[in-house]
Design a protein. Structure first.
Length: 396
C-alpha cells in the first residue's frame, strides 16, 4: 500500500506530506521547493476489531477503538506544463512515484498560484486548468513509455518473441501494471480488432490514458480551501472526480500544536480543545484562525483524503491476523497485534501470503475468529475480519 502525492509546483504537497507524516520537510511559497522525494509513513483510521468483541486492549495503534493502520506516502517534485518535454524539473516526479497504488493530486483550489506555481493574489488563477494540465502530463508520461519502445515492440510481435499483451506489460512492469489489466484494456478500447502495426499515435494516447486511469486512480485534494472565496467550484470538480476539500496548512498547525501538548486534537476531527494554559497570544490567534477554517470546511481534509484514497478509491479492507482465535492474540498474548490492508476480494490464502510465503505454501485452512468457523483458502475476506491461519509450514 503506497500513496503518491502529485500536483503542480507550489500547491502544498509537502505541507500535506509533513502534516500526514508528522515529519519536518522543506516548505516554501515558490515553485520547486522539493527536488528529491520525501518518503514517510502516515495512517488510515478505521474501526478496530476490538469493538466487535466489546473488549479493550493496550495497543498504541488503537485509540478508544479507532485503529491506525500504517501506509507509505511519497511527496515528489512539482509539475509545470510541458514537464514531459523537460520543462521545470521534467517528469522525474513520476519516476519517483511510479510504484504508488493511488495518487492524491493536490490542487491549489484558491487559485493563489499561476500555472508555473508562482504566487498570485487568491482567485486569480483557475484551478481547472491545473487539473487538466497535470492529467495531461501524467498521460504523456505513460505515452512516452510505450512510444519510445513501439517499433521494438512491433518487431517482437512480428518475430513472435512476444505477444502484444506481453510486450506492453513488460514496458509498464516498473509501474506494477499486470498483464490482465493490459489485456482487459485492449478489449475495452476496441483496439483488439486493430493490428498493432495500424495503431496510430492517437490510438496509443487513448489506450494509455484509459490504462493510467484504471491502474493509477487519482483523488483530488482541493487544498488551500481556507483561502478559497467560492467553494462551489469543488462541487463542479466532484461531478467527474473523487475530491476531498483540504487545508493542509491548518492540519500541519494542529498536529504541531498537539505534539507540543497545547491542544487536544485527533487527526480527522472537526474540533480541538486548548489544553494548556501557557498558549501565548500569537499561538491563540493562529488556533482561532484554524477554528474559523474548520467552521467553513468541517475538517482539514488531510486524514479524510488518506482514508478516502485507501478505502473509497482503492476499496481496500482491513483484516486482523491472529495466532490464537480465542484470545485474539499472537503467541506473546498481544491482542489484535496486527492490522493489514488488502484489496477487496482478497482471500484467506492471499492474507497468509502477505504474512509469509511459507504460510501460504503450507496453507491448510483458516478460522474466522468472529464466527469460529473454519474457512478455506479461497474464502473471500470481509472488512474487519479476524483470521487465524492454519498451515503445515510455520513462518520463517
Ligand atoms: N493558506 C494555505 N497555504 C498553504 C496550504 N498548504 C500549503 N500552503 C502554503 O503553500 C506554499 C507551498 O507549500 P509546499 O508544501 O511547499 O508546496 P509544494 O506543492 O510541495 O511545492 P513544490 O515542492 O515547490 O512543488 C507554502 O507557503 C505553504 O505554507 C493550505 O492549505 N492553506
Ligand atoms: Mg514540495
Amino acid at each position: 500500500m503506497f500513496i503518491g502525492l502529485l500536483g503542480k509546483a507550489n500547491v502544498g504537497k509537502s505541507t500535506f506530506f509533513s502534516a500526514a507524516t508528522e515529519t519536518a520537510v522543506a516548505i516554501g511559497n515558490y515553485p520547486f521547493t522539493t527536488i528529491e522525494p520525501n518518503v514517510g509513513v502516515t495512517y488510515v483510521k478505521t474501526k478496530c476489531a476490538c469493538k466487535h468483541f466489546g473488549i479493550t486492549h493496550q495497543n498504541p495503534s488503537c485509540l478508544d477503538g479507532i485503529r491506525l493502520v500504517p501506509v507509505k506516502i511519497i511527496d515528489v517534485a512539482g509539475l509545470v506544463p510541458g514537464a514531459h518535454e523537460g520543462k521545470g524539473l521534467g517528469n522525474r516526479f513520476l519516476d519517483d512515484a511510479r510504484q504508488a497504488d493511488v495518487l492524491i493530486h493536490v490542487v491549489d483550489i484558491a487559485g493563489t498560484t499561476d500555472i508555473q506555481g508562482q504566487p498570485v493574489p487568491p482567485g486569480t488563477h483557475n484551478p481547472m486548468e491545473d487539473i487538466e494540465f497535470v492529467e495531461n502530463e501524467f498521460n504523456q508520461w505513460f505515452k512516452q513509455i510505450l512510444m519510445r519502445e513501439w517499433q521494438k515492440l512491433l518487431k517482437e510481435i512480428l518475430q513472435k518473441t512476444a505477444t502484444l499483451v506481453e510486450g506492453i506489460t513488460r514496458r509498464f512492469s516498473g509501474l506494477g501494471i499486470k498483464d490482465f489489466e493490459v489485456s482487459d484494456m485492449i478489449k475495452e478500447t476496441g483496439l483488439v480488432t486493430k493490428k498493432p502495426t495500424d495503431w496510430t499515435e492517437d490510438d496509443i494516447l487513448m489506450f494509455v490514458t484509459k490504462l493510467r486511469k484504471k491502474t493509477k486512480p487519482v483523488l483530488i485534494a482541493a487544498n488551500k480551501a481556507d483561502l478559497c472565496k467560492d467553494l462551489s467550484i469543488i462541487e463542479k470538480i466532484k461531478k467527474e472526480n473523487h475530491v476531498v476539500t483540504c487545508s493542509a496548512e491548518s492540519e500541519l498547525l494542529l498536529r504541531k500544536a498537539s505534539k507540543a501538548n497545547l491542544i487536544k486534537y485527533l487527526p480527522g476531527d472537526s474540533v480541538f480543545t486548548i489544553s494548556n494554559e501557557s498558549v501565548n497570544p500569537q499561538q491563540k490567534q493562529a488556533l482561532d484562525l484554524v477554528k474559523n477554517v474548520l467552521s467553513k470546511i468541517q475538517t482539514t481534509g488531510v486524514q479524510a483524503a488518506i482514508n478516502y484514497a485507501v478505502f473509497d478509491v482503492l476499496k481496500f479492507i482491513t483484516v486482523y491476523p491472529v495466532e490464537d482465535e480465542t484470545k485474539l492474540s499472537n503467541k506473546d498474548g498481544v491482542v489484535l497485534p496486527d492490522a493489514r490492508l488488502l484489496p477487496v476480494g482478497s482471500t484467506a490464502k492471499e492474507l497468509a501470503a502477505t504474512i509469509h510465503a511459507d504460510l501460504a505454501k503450507g496453507f491448510l485452512h483458516a478460522i474466522d475468529a468472529k464466527t469460529k468457523q473454519r474457512i478455506s483458502g479461497d474464502h473471500v475476506l470481509k472488512d474487519g475480519d479476524v483470521i487465524k491461519i492454519i498451515s503445515s509450514m510455520s513462518r520463517g
